[in-house]
Design a protein around this ligand. Structure first.
Ligand SMILES: Nc1ncnc2c1ncn2[C@@H]1O[C@H](COP(=O)(O)OP(=O)(O)OP(=O)(O)O)[C@@H](O)[C@H]1O
Length: 298
């Protein structure tokens, strides 16, 4: 068995009276595309800071590719690229200078060939000599991604990389990050865009109040919590309600169902009860429903 990309064991982080993380345990395997979801204040950024060695856990243990982030900090940090949420740069450097300085932090000299490759993949080559202060917000975000990659880390953590980013750039970023994942990198993503997490992540952990409240394959989460939905518009919606449906506007009545085999018997019962069906549509479960459900139960 290969060593896990991330191993997080019973991690607690206290800020004074506030417990930002309360015994978080999870493991992320090498090559996974993993989602870390949760409402504001759930502890996602705190967990990422602990992984990057920026916040020391009050108790528990974290390791990146088998290297403990406290006792073997340098090796752990070499294995990890973090794309932070905040856009903070020294405005006086050019993009290339910034990436050279970042390479220096990791003790890498003569990194220009790789820097050019990363800049090219992120469509930043034309801006390589521009000062950071002249870049747009979206370009700055791409520089953050480039910065996280200068030392070729096998594990990449992105903290809300698409917050406030336009559709085109968002798709470009995802294309790039998917490619990194296909090339073997482990990706951990936090996002408030649940559609994005659903499309990208193979497995998801949901955090609330510093605890893991759900942890499973994305597909399993969708199946476990969300039901499909059959909405039927009928002239006599009362019949649908009598059969267990929930009435909405304009004669629409909706029924939850678990598998498609349930649909036909449901339609038959409606027909037998004399319902005059005028229109119908089927809704698939989505991660947003699951998220709302998990958060309300936790
Ligand atoms: N340096 C700090 N000092 C004191 N409290 C902090 C500190 N950093 C975070 N917290 C608190 O810890 C809790 C978790 O915050 P964190 O930023 O990890 O949440 P998050 O899940 O990343 O939220 P968001 O989705 O808003 O980014 C919050 O209540 C926050 O106020």
């Amino acid at each position: 068995m290969s060593v896990p990309a991330l191993s997080i064991e019973s991690v607690t982080k206290r800020y004074g009276d506030l417990e930002a993380l309360s015994g978080v345990s999870l493991e992320v395997g090498q090559g996974e595309f993993f989602g870390l979801l949760g409402p504001n204040g759930a502890g996602k950024t705190t967990l990422i800071s602990a992984l990057a060695g920026l916040a020391r856990p009050t108790s528990g243990r974290l390791a990146v590719m088998g290297h403990d982030v406290v006792t073997d900090y340098r090796n752990a940090r070499m294995q990890l690229g973090v794309v932070p949420q905040e856009l903070v740069f020294d405005p006086f450097f050019s993009v290339r200078e910034l990436l050279r300085i970042q390479s220096g932090y990791f003790g890498i000299a003569n990194n220009d060939a790789w820097i050019d490759e990363v800049l090219d993949s992120l469509d930043l080559l034309p801006k390589a000599e521009s000062n950071m202060r002249t870049l747009s917000g979206g370009m700055k975000r791409r520089v953050l991604v480039a910065q996280a990659l200068v030392h070729r880390p096998p594990v990449i953590v992105l903290d809300e990389p698409t917050a406030g980013v336009d559709v085109e750039l968002r798709q470009g970023l995802w294309h790039f990050i998917r490619k990194l994942n296909r090339d073997g990198h482990t990706i951990v993503l936090t996002t408030h865009y649940l559609e994005e997490a659903e499309a990208l992540c193979g497995r998801i952990a949901m955090l609330k109040g510093g605890r893991v409240v759900a942890l499973d394959a994305t597909r399993a989460l969708l199946q476990r919590f969300a039901t499909h939905n059959l909405s039927v518009r009928m002239r006599n919606p009362g019949i649908g309600v009598a059969l267990g449906g929930t009435s909405a506007e304009d004669g629409w009545v909706s029924f939850g169902f678990d598998t498609y085999a349930d649909v036909e018997p449901l339609l038959m019962r409606l027909r037998e009860a004399g319902a005059a069906v005028e229109e119908m549509r089927i809704g698939e479960p989505d991660l947003e429903e699951v998220f709302v459900e998990v958060m309300s139960r936790a």
